[in-house]
Design a binder for this molecule. Structure first.
Ligand code: SF4
Length: 63
C-alpha cells in the first residue's frame, strides 16, 4: 500500500504525527514531512489510524 498526502488539504494539525511519529513530522514552518509513503503490512494498522484521525481528510491509502 502507498500513503498519499494532499498538501492542499493539510492544515498541519499534527494529529498524524502523534499517531505515527516515526512516519510523520512537522518541520519548523509547519509543513508535514512524510518519511515514507510505502506502507508495509505490519505498519498498516498504525497508518490507517493516522489516516482516519486526520481532521482534514488529507491522508489516504492506495493499493
Ligand atoms: S493530521 Fe492531517 S491535517 Fe494534520 S498534519 Fe496530519 S495530514 Fe495534515
Amino acid at each position: 500500500m502507498k500513503l498519499v498526502h494532499d498538501a492542499e488539504l493539510c492544515e498541519a494539525h499534527g494529529v498524524c504525527t502523534a499517531v505515527d511519529p516515526d512516519r510523520f513530522e512537522l518541520d519548523d514552518t509547519d509543513h508535514l514531512i512524510v518519511h515514507s509513503i510505502e506502507v508495509a503490512a505490519e505498519d498498516l494498522d498504525t497508518v490507517r489510524q493516522a489516516v482516519e484521525s486526520c481532521p482534514r481528510q488529507a491522508l489516504s491509502l492506495q493499493e
